[in-house]
Design a protein around this ligand. Sequence first.
Ligand SMILES: [Mg+2]
Length: 340
Amino acid sequence: MNRNDGTDNRSGIVDQSLGYFNHHLIQLYVSRCKLIADHHETFMKRSLVHPLNDVSIDRLTNINGATMLNSEQLHQLAAICRQASDTEIMPRFRKLGSDQVEEKQNHHDLVTIADQAAETFILDKLRALYPDALLIGEESVYQDPAALSQFSKAALSFVLDPIDGTWHYANGSVNFGVMLSVASHGEVVAGIIFEPISGDYMWAIKGQGAFDRVDGQDRPLKAGHQSSLPLSETMGCFSFGVSKGEDRPRAIQAVMQMGRVMDYRCAAAEYRLLNTGATAFVIFQGTLNLWDHGAGLLISQEAGAVARMLDGSQYAPQNTGKLLVAESEARWNEVAALFS
Ligand SMILES: [Mg+2]
């Protein structure tokens, strides 16, 4: 049979097509490998910026009886938050199945598989680095509140909210953060609010100011950006939706005298807005959990904000009532007066 018949020609076309097809497959494969390699390199760079195995409790300093971290140690903690974000939080964002989200006290109060996995990840790392420290995680304390009772006595403790703003996270909204505070004998000495979406974080060490670390560069935080504005022209956050019974019309009355008011249901986002100067005040109410406020309060105070309960007392873990954090003493008094 003549080999130069139509069959051979068709084979030639098929071979050519297959060659073309294979060429594209190879190109696709190479670009996919490059993508994975780039992602891996970024991940490794992020993870290795602050190696986690060279810190131990005996390197922590003791100042006036309080255990203190230095900034290197704090950034190592932020690197742990970043690793938890990269491995447990972001890979599940907008991909949660209905069986991976559970209600806690009501249908607005959620916990997801990512909260639990991120908490386990971070607490395991902290346990390895600081074996003698007291570890308090939102999700583990929810199961067993006993750890909270040791908070005021522990020489060194870590308090973690693995995902603050779980309602947002579970609903695909970007307002959520990892919050970690470090305390000694019940006093918060360092805090981090890590933002998984951007990879940036706010941080503070007691007595050393507060900073927003954006793309690896620290920007000092300074409260009071809106101090020249009348209250009616400011923006603030107030969880007025939590108000119940006769407290509700009072809350609405107060809101009517404020400028623009938001209710984020995410302390990480609300402390960020206050400390960048986007808002002039924030009022939290209900049960004021230590893991929701330890880091945020220290960062705010180090930035120069004023924070007290509305009755004038200092915040204490698991307080109930209203906590007002304002850009200045004058603003604090002005907002507090709306509730008197
Ligand atoms: Mg949480």
